[in-house]
Design a protein around this ligand. Structure first.
Ligand code: COA
Length: 401
């Protein structure tokens, strides 16, 4: 229990549930549906929640769950996935988020988890806590009636329609194969599946319930909606273990009679535009960060993933929030890293937020150097560091939390 300015941060109890649920609903401006709330309470259990209290009133909340994330090299790392961070509008900007985070991160340190991660409501808050955007997605919109596949694009077939209920076991199985390959994807616990298949009304934005397309190595969940002048199919979740499944599913999504527009989100190197005769049809309508990452234990996190080239560098990392930073000797041979504290002079200097952004391979070190957020002794060490952190596969978030 920690106390500042009359505000106490403590573990939540079952008795707090009604008040903390109302606080979360108030903060995010929505109401949970009953079955949705049951699954959320199973997913993020009250024994992992912290509340900030002012007298007998709950004015702040945060909760986490231990998650297993895939990292580059088809390896995994344990992380604290943080969710439902809220401070009451009556008590904002008095340091309550900072107090909650201080306690939350002290607990994560005590548990020895190398990483913390979350999805953020705003982009300006979390750099000060050592977080960087690790996954970013493009929102896309395609004029389906004009979309044609190139003559050279294969037509692998193998896609069937199914009800979500009958497709559920297959979807679970494909997801688990997919997440083992993709940096940023997490092992998916049962309550997250229940939430997905419950498909609460508020997830639908006025569109239909979920439709399913299944392929032996993939699936797509999508909704349909009439919007002013367009009949829209919105892809909710798309997972393809193989390139063939990716093509086969997109062929069906872009072949639906009556649909005029197909919307979804893709990663930077998704091959979709290059399957079409007119790549310009895949219009990017927005871009948004999905996952923010903070390295809690730099040697443990950096040695968990693999790298694309050899490197020998002394790296100084500044942690603006806790004591995870320091100067580290990073030695990479044949894709594997060794990392330990050193007193040697650094070759590279960067903030912990930048390291979080590089960690899953989405962002390039050379870009951060151009933004003056990495200082390198010389260009050759920067190039080696930049190339080492690249990956074969774009990171993707497995399930939203
Ligand atoms: C975001 C929220 C949790 C912040 O809580 P808070 O108690 O007001 O935050 P604090 O006073 O502890 O602020 C901590 C730091 O973050 C900064 N900060 C907080 N909210 C910010 C915002 N929306 N934009 C920019 N900076 C912000 C503060 O200036 C402060 O900086 P400093 O400590 O370096 O001086 C709260 O406004 C909220 O509940 N918002 C609605 C729900 C939401 O967006 N939750 C976050 C989900 S990821």
């Amino acid at each position: 229990m920690a106390s500042t300015n009359g505000i106490t941060v403590r573990s939540a109890t079952r008795d707090d549930l009604p008040a903390l649920t109302n606080l979360v609903e108030t903060g995010f401006g929505m109401r949970y549906e009953e079955r949705e709330l049951d699954h959320i309470r199973e997913l993020f259990t009250v024994d992992r929640a912290l509340v900030a209290v002012d007298g007998d009133r709950i004015v702040g909340h945060t909760v986490d769950r231990e998650m297993t994330f895939t990292v580059p090299g088809e390896r995994t790392v344990a992380a604290s996935g943080i969710s439902a961070v809220v401070v009451a509008p009556t008590h904002r900007r008095r340091g309550i988020l900072r107090a909650l985070y201080t306690e939350q991160h002290a607990r994560t340190e005590a548990e020895g988890l190398p990483l913390t991660a979350f999805t953020a409501s705003e982009g300006t808050i979390y750099g000060r806590f050592g977080y960087g955007t690790a996954i970013v997605r493009d929102f896309i919109s395609i004029d389906r009636r004009r979309a044609e596949f190139r003559p050279t694009t294969p037509d692998p077939g193998g896609v069937n329609i199914a009800s979500v209920e009958e497709a559920a076991p297959h979807i679970r199985e494909v997801y688990d194969r997919w997440r083992r390959l993709v940096p940023g994807a997490q092992q998916r616990p049962e309550p997250s599946w229940e939430l997905c298949f419950t498909d609460p009304q508020r997830y639908r934005g006025g569109a239909s319930g979920l439709f399913a397309l299944v392929h032996p190595d993939g699936y797509a969940l999508y909704r349909r909606q009439w919007q002013e002048t367009a009949e829209v199919a919105s892809v909710w979740e798309f997972r393809a273990v193989t390139a063939e499944a990716h093509i086969a599913l997109w062929r069906v999504l872009l072949s639906m009679d009556l649909v005029t527009k197909v919307e979804g989100d893709i990663s930077d190197n998704d091959p979709l535009p290059y399957l079409l005769t007119d790549p310009r049809l895949v219009q990017v309508t927005g871009r948004r960060d999905h996952l923010w990452v903070r390295l809690m234990d730099i040697p443990a996190a950096l040695t968990a993933r693999t790298y694309q080239r050899d490197l020998e560098a002394v790296v100084a990392v500044t942690d603006p929030f806790r004591a995870a930073g320091g100067t580290f000797a990073l030695r990479i041979r044949d894709g594997l890293a060794e990392c330990e504290p050193t007193t040697r002079t650094p070759d590279l200097e960067l903030g912990l937020d930048v390291l979080g952004s590089l960690y899953l391979g989405q962002h390039r070190a050379r870009t951060f150097a151009a933004a003056h957020r990495i200082q390198a002794k010389d260009q050759s060490i920067l190039r080696a560091f930049d190339e080492a952190f690249t990956t074969d596969r774009d990171p993707e978030l497995g399930w939203f939390f």
